[in-house]
Ligand binder design. Structure first.
Ligand code: PMP
Length: 393
């Protein structure tokens, strides 16, 4: 039998994806997957726009590798408003979800062996993309204010010279944290001083509950490559994400994307362009999503507090799709998951977000609970089942 490449032999599969197959059983209430609420996908509106856009035969043709011009224009205008500086269409590349942007960026920016800074806990999709490019991952721990830039500075002072730093700056997946404004500025300064790229991975920034997050890191430096996505605000099935940043990097990503998929779907990009261009509709839609997710988060957090009290510390949930917690009694969440599945509830244990083995030990009592997929009553039932499982594990 011919062998596979070294690259694939060394690549770990996503523990979360494996878990999702287990939790797809109908009797299991899954708080494991990062799946947006289907009730909040504006499918009627999307279907109407799809029919309108699809009436033009050109919507069914191959398109430009960097993305449909109409969509890039809308995205450039939105980035201009968000960052407070003019953003050109040639600073935008539309990708097949922001996950493709992560994968292409990793190949464009990293040579095998290059150190790449990630957060601990890390978004596994980023860890996988950089690892596939041969990066050596270095984790910097999070606290409630995001990546601890003081620890990063220690590493830099000790001589670490990363090529890239990846951060989920707002409503972290999995940690829920929001990178505080002074740390955003500090990261931008460090990137300039030590000459590395920042990949600001921001698919959740629009999903705030009470108040909008601070300005993106990208507002403070042009060394930032900012990623976002229509997956969490419109629908994952559109597979539309985008990268905004340095023109030379965008050109590199475009070249690599040509060999990856020639171009994204013209059809879904044109649908997104129409939906995002209608600012009044999109803002009203976002308002609905925010209110609904805030109610789901409240229901889950209140139910967990009532059942676990101080035994389960929870990061305050200010937006996004995830609650992040840690048991204070030494509970091993890998083991708890097995009992939990027997009780009909699933979550993702902290070890799935570890950067290395030392990290896995640190995250042994942590867990991520998604509140996005289930309705409030179901979340309360899930908390009941989790409490039963915890009592018996
Ligand atoms: N970045 C982060 C932090 C995510 O949580 C996700 C989705 N789980 C992605 C990127 C990729 O999402 P998509 O490809 O659907 O845009």
């Amino acid at each position: 039998m011919p062998t596979l490449s070294c690259r694939i032999a060394d690549l770990r599969g996503s523990a979360i994806r494996d878990l999702l197959s287990l939790t797809a059983r109908p009797e299991i209430l899954s708080l494991a997957g990062g799946l947006p609420a289907l009730e909040l996908v504006p499918h009627e509106r999307i279907s109407t726009v799809l029919a309108e856009v699809g009436a033009d035969p050109r919507a069914w043709q191959y398109g430009e590798t960097a993305g449909a011009g109409l969509l890039r224009e809308v995205l450039a205008a939105r980035e201009t408003a968000r960052l407070g500086r003019a953003v050109g269409v040639d600073e935008i590349v539309v990708t097949h979800g922001s996950q493709q942007a992560l994968s292409l960026l990793a190949q464009v920016l990293v040579d095998p062996g290059d150190p790449v800074i990630v957060e601990s806990p890390v978004y596994p999709g980023a860890a996988g993309a950089f690892a596939a490019a041969g990066a050596t991952l270095v984790g910097v721990p999070l606290d409630g204010d995001g990546m601890q830039t003081e620890i990063l500075e220690e590493y830099l002072a000790e001589g670490l010279r990363p090529r890239v730093l990846h951060t989920v700056s707002t409503f972290h997946n999995p940690g829920g944290a929001v990178l505080a404004a002074p740390r955003r500025r500090r990261l931008a300064e460090l990137a300039e001083r030590y000459d590395f790229w920042i990949v600001e991975d921001d698919p959740y920034g629009d999903l705030w509950f009470d108040s909008p997050p601070p300005d993106p890191v990208a507002a403070h430096s042009t060394r930032v490559l900012r990623l976002s996505s229509a997956s969490k605000t419109l629908a994952p099935a559109l597979r539309v994400g985008w990268l905004h940043g340095d023109r030379a990097v965008c050109a590199g990503v475009e070249r690599l994307k040509q060999s990856a998929d020639l171009c994204g779907s013209t059809l879904t990009q044109l649908v997104c362009a129409r939906l995002l261009a209608d600012g009044r509709w999109f803002d009203a839609h976002l308002g609905r999503v925010r209110r609904d997710y805030a109610a789901r988060a409240d229901a889950l957090v209140a139910a967990l507090r009532a059942r676990f009290g101080d035994a389960l510390w929870l990061e305050p949930v200010r937006g996004g799709m995830f609650a992040w917690g840690r048991f204070g009694d030494g509970t091993d969440t890998d083991r708890l998951l097995r009992t939990a599945v027997e009780h009909g509830v699933a979550f993702v244990p902290g070890s799935a977000f570890a950067v290395g083995e030392e990290d896995a030990a640190q995250l042994r009592s942590s867990l991520r609970l998604s509140f996005a997929t289930c309705l409030p009553d179901t979340l309360v039932e899930a908390a009941d089942r989790l409490a039963l499982a915890h009592a018996q594990s």
